[in-house]
Design a protein around this ligand. Structure first.
Ligand SMILES: C[S@@+](CC[C@H](N)C(=O)[O-])C[C@H]1O[C@@H](n2cnc3c(N)ncnc32)[C@H](O)[C@@H]1O
Length: 342
């Protein structure tokens, strides 16, 4: 089933496609390349994203992929994200990379505030076409006078109130997540050897793990969001840290088995709740530790049932619990012996 944004874009594009068939086109803001399935000549379109999985999917569909805009374009399609600051930063970027007289298309759902966003843009550039449909709107603008340079600041990595480099397009950029704090409070002096940080974000858990556990020989940070991966490299200056821009699905065949996994698992894809994503983190964590290893995880209460952890681990120790979070140590992964012997 196509998303509302995809249906809206398809209607819009069917009305204008003939005007823009061989123009240089880029898509920014979206983590759903399938939303642009109706575009012909995908091999001429650039799909720009931070998300490893989205880029992989876009490549499979035939798009040219990149994490950055690196040339000028005749048309840039901006699909609004749920973060207003990210959208402002992307608009500044689009303005910078669009040719003079080029077009910018903004597509967004009502629930993420598309109406007020495009109202702001329409104060500066003429809206040439608007389609209101499927609980959102899509507007085509012609670039005229430079107007959005002041929003470039949202593309910078800045120090947040807890002293870490972050940017608005990643998890909990303004401050350390409360759940992550709960997790670090239980693993002091308990970690050693090889540690994996799954969904490492901008590096808070790993930085604390290294500070609080001098018996760690290496922490490998796995993160699928490219900005967060870059921020974590800025935040951690420790020879024991190794950084991997990778999606969990691609690390399942890793031969190395870890002594510990630390993780605050995601449970959203974009703005929708995604419990399967959370489950996959639990599953893969059970595959990455050695037989005597353990997984240290924090969960938001009510999102996930403690009892479900028994599907993948024989020994579950709840180390902390309040109305909002529970933190656990998961031991004895349930894996057939043969899998370990490989
Ligand atoms: C709840 S956040 C935790 C971030 C960080 N560990 C912390 O404690 O602040 C989950 C992280 O998982 C990342 N993530 C989501 N899906 C992923 C995947 N398939 N592979 C790797 N990382 C993923 C997200 O980008 C996000 O940074």
């Amino acid at each position: 089933m196509q998303s509302l944004a995809a249906q809206r874009f398809e209607t819009f594009w069917s009305e204008v496609a003939s005007l823009y068939s061989d123009q240089k086109l880029a898509i920014i803001g979206s983590d759903k390349p399938l939303n642009f399935g109706c575009l012909k000549n995908k091999h001429l379109c650039h799909f720009i994203s931070n998300a490893k999985d989205s880029l992989k999917e876009a490549k499979t569909l035939g798009f040219i992929i990149s994490t950055i805009l690196n040339r000028s374009y005749d048309i840039i399609i901006l699909e609004l994200t749920k973060s207003r600051e990210t959208n402002l930063g992307l608009m500044a970027l689009a303005e910078e990379y669009i040719t003079d007289g080029g077009k910018i298309v903004i597509n967004g759902d009502n629930q993420i505030g598309v109406k007020s966003f495009v109202k702001n843009i329409s104060n500066h550039w003429p809206a040439e076409k608007t389609v209101i449909k499927k609980k959102g709107r899509i507007v085509l603008y012609k670039k005229t006078t430079p107007s959005f340079g002041r929003w470039k600041k949202y593309r910078d990595f800045c120090i947040n109130r807890d002293g870490y480099y972050t940017r608005c397009d990643m998890f909990s950029p303004k401050e350390v997540d409360k759940g992550s704090k709960k997790l670090t409070s239980v693993f002091s002096s308990k970690l050693f050897g090889e540690v994996a940080d799954l969904g490492a974000g901008w590096g808070y858990l790993s930085k604390e793990a290294l500070r609080l556990n001098d018996k760690i020989t290496r922490v490998t940070l796995f993160e699928s969001n490219h900005s967060a991966y870059l921020a974590s490299k800025k935040n951690i200056d420790d020879k024991r840290a190794t950084f991997r821009w990778a999606s969990l699905e691609n690390i399942r065949n890793l031969k190395l088995r870890f002594n510990h996994v630390i993780c605050n698992p995601p449970f959203h894809s974009g703005h929708t709740k995604d419990i399967d994503l959370l489950r996959s983190f639990i599953f893969y964590s059970s595959r990455l530790i050695n037989r005597r290893g353990s997984v240290w995880m924090v969960f938001v209460s009510g999102i996930y049932l403690e009892s479900e952890l028994k599907d993948h681990f024989d020994n579950i120790k709840i180390l902390y619990k309040d109305n909002h979070y529970f933190v656990c140590q998961l031991l004895k992964p349930k894996i057939k012996r043969r899998e370990y012997d490989k």
